[in-house]
Design a protein around this ligand. Structure first.
Ligand SMILES: Cc1cc2nc3c(=O)[nH]c(=O)nc-3n(C[C@H](O)[C@H](O)[C@H](O)COP(=O)(O)OP(=O)(O)OC[C@H]3O[C@@H](n4cnc5c(N)ncnc54)[C@H](O)[C@@H]3O)c2cc1C
Length: 508
């Protein structure tokens, strides 16, 4: 039997967003793995924080929490960071860990196919805008391609012939000055854009389908002395981060059925509506008609005041149709517009799109998941895909705390799995079907306590069949607890002979 080369594994990382950067940095630091290629469609690192450049784009998790524990930053400018500062931070991390030489920018991965005979993945990729497809073998795949990445524009809006922009593809060249502008959607992006553009435009129509819950945003700038203290007394910075983490964890309680925390969080939202809104009519329009947590809870203190400006109208009638230059609501009212902004979110259930992933037994993973819902262990491994780790895949999102914590927990677990393989000279790992089933049962049990799955809840956490697939249905501490150790008994780990040359013409 051939010995594994000491340089095993050759790793392919798809995506240079926060998850890809974290995975690459930790593979280098914790396992000394340097034989890796990171593919990204974009021309720079950052993922979400590179492409979302709409006015007001910012994190709604505190800055000190939305950063890697292994690469802290003492001088965050403010409690919540703007997009540009997060992007700079991610670039700095990529430089610090010398990741740029590994990245193939402007390159899109097209297919990933498991080749059983050699226990490797065959990855096909092409420079953007070409059909110049190249194929290479990799021992391990880390899929960090993100879930909030493909902008969603409902079909009827494509009939609009004026200027139309999606928040996730903002175009700075579109001049909003003195224009009549419509914005569709009052989700996380919509409520950030509205206060930023209101003073530029002539008239702003905000089209709202459902009124979200809105908790106040306690934004402030960190004084220079505090930044100095964070830099020179690291324990202080760590205590600050830890306290922020546990405060966010408490928010989770609000998403359980009939909890006291739900009552308290709803009361805080009610207080903000009462405190910030003068008109009963407007207050009624922005009062949610569903239980808190059924949809993502917003964090903003300037959205309600903006709605009361003289050049703003909140439109709550449903949209009937879109004509060349207008939106027409079901009551027949026409809103002629110069510019239409779509704040309509993402296709959140296309876990790999546009990549075709074909796992063991020639199973197309996305087809399988569409049929039965995503089945995974820790959201990271699927029984049908050996040596394939997804970071922030299904069941991994958080509606109450930092995604960076999830990314780090999953990456750490993955390094433990790879370390075990290296120690045992194995080149094949697959979660057992039983372990996957047990994990899915655990999810079901936890989900039963959560409001997200309510029948009347319409949110992006659910798939087309109404199953909540996007979120980890518990505290993040509990995810950490479940992922803190690698349990070999739950996996098939073995050495498969792979002494064939990597010959693309072989029928593997
Ligand atoms: C507007 C917005 C605000 C957000 N705010 C918060 C927040 O406040 N707090 C929070 O915790 N989370 C927030 N999120 C969620 C956020 O997406 C995650 O926190 C985090 O950015 C996910 O990182 P990622 O690396 O998994 O994915 P991404 O950041 O999406 O990166 C994925 C990368 O993969 C690349 N890629 C994808 N497919 C391919 C392919 N086929 N070939 C090559 N490259 C590919 C993409 O180009 C991209 O660079 C927000 C998301 C959005 C869109």
């Amino acid at each position: 039997m051939q010995e594994l080369s000491t340089s095993w594994p050759k790793v392919c990382i798809v995506g240079a967003g926060p998850a890809g950067i974290c995975a690459a940095a930790q593979l280098k630091t914790l396992l000394g793995i340097t034989d890796m290629v990171i593919f990204d469609t974009n021309n720079e690192v950052g993922g979400t924080w590179l492409v979302n450049t709409y006015p007001g784009c910012a994190c709604d998790v505190p800055s000190h929490l939305y950063s890697f524990s292994f690469s802290p930053k003492s001088d965050w400018s403010s409690f919540y960071s703007p997009q540009s500062e997060i992007l700079d931070y991610l670039r700095d991390v990529a430089k610090k860990y010398d990741l740029y030489p590994h990245i193939s920018f402007n390159t899109t991965v097209k297919t990933m196919v498991w080749k059983e005979a050699v226990s490797k993945w065959f990855v096909e990729y092409a420079p953007n805008g070409t059909d110049d497809v190249t194929g290479k073998f990799f021992d391990v795949i880390i899929n960090a391609s993100g879930i909030l990445r493909e902008p969603r524009t409902p079909k009827k809006f494509l009939d609009f012939k004026g200027t139309i922009i999606h928040t996730a593809r903002w175009n700075d060249e579109v001049d909003l000055a003195e224009k009549v502008v419509g914005i569709v959607g009052t989700g996380s992006s919509g409520i950030q854009v509205v206060p930023e553009i209101v003073d530029k435009v002539k008239q702003l129509f905000v089209f709202q389908r459902t009124a979200p819950y809105m908790i106040p945003r306690a934004q402030f700038k960190y004084p220079e002395t505090v930044k100095w203290a964070f830099e020179n007394i690291p324990t202080l910075r760590w205590s600050h981060r830890a306290s922020l983490f546990y405060i966010q964890e408490i928010l989770f309680l609000a998403f359980r059925h009939n909890s006291v925390a739900t009552f308290m969080a709803s009361s805080l939202c009610r207080f903000q509506r009462w405190f910030q809104i003068n008109s009963d009519e407007l207050r009624e329009k922005v009062t949610p008609t569903f239980a808190l947590g059924n949809k993502r809870t917003m964090v903003s203190s300037d959205f309600y005041p903006t709605l009361q400006k003289t050049n703003v109208e909140l439109v709550t009638e449903n949209i009937d149709k879109v004509t060349n230059q207008s939106i027409i609501t079901v009551d027949g009212k026409e809103f002629p517009l110069d510019v239409l902004i779509m704040a309509t979110g993402f296709h959140s259930q296309n876990y790999f799109a546009p990549i075709t992933v074909v796992g063991e037994g020639s199973v197309n993973l996305m087809d399988l998941w569409k049929e039965q819902g995503p089945q995974t262990y820790l959201g990271v491994m699927s029984h049908t895909a050996p040596n394939f780790f997804t970071i922030l895949g299904p069941h991994s999102g958080s509606a109450h705390n930092s995604m960076i914590f999830m990314i780090e927990s999953q990456v750490l677990w993955m390094t433990k799995a790879l370390s075990y393989m290296k120690d045992n000279r194995a080149n094949y790992i697959r979660v057992t079907s039983d372990a996957e089933k047990e994990f899915m049962k655990l999810l079901e049990r936890k989900l039963a306590n959560m409001v997200w799955g309510n029948d009347n809840a319409s949110n992006w956490y659910k798939d087309d069949n109404g199953r909540v697939t996007a979120l980890w249905p518990s505290h993040l501490v509990s995810f950490w607890h479940n992922s803190r150790t690698f349990v070999p008994e739950l996996f098939d780990v073995k050495k498969v002979d792979s002494d064939k040359e990597y010959n693309l013409n072989d029928n593997l």
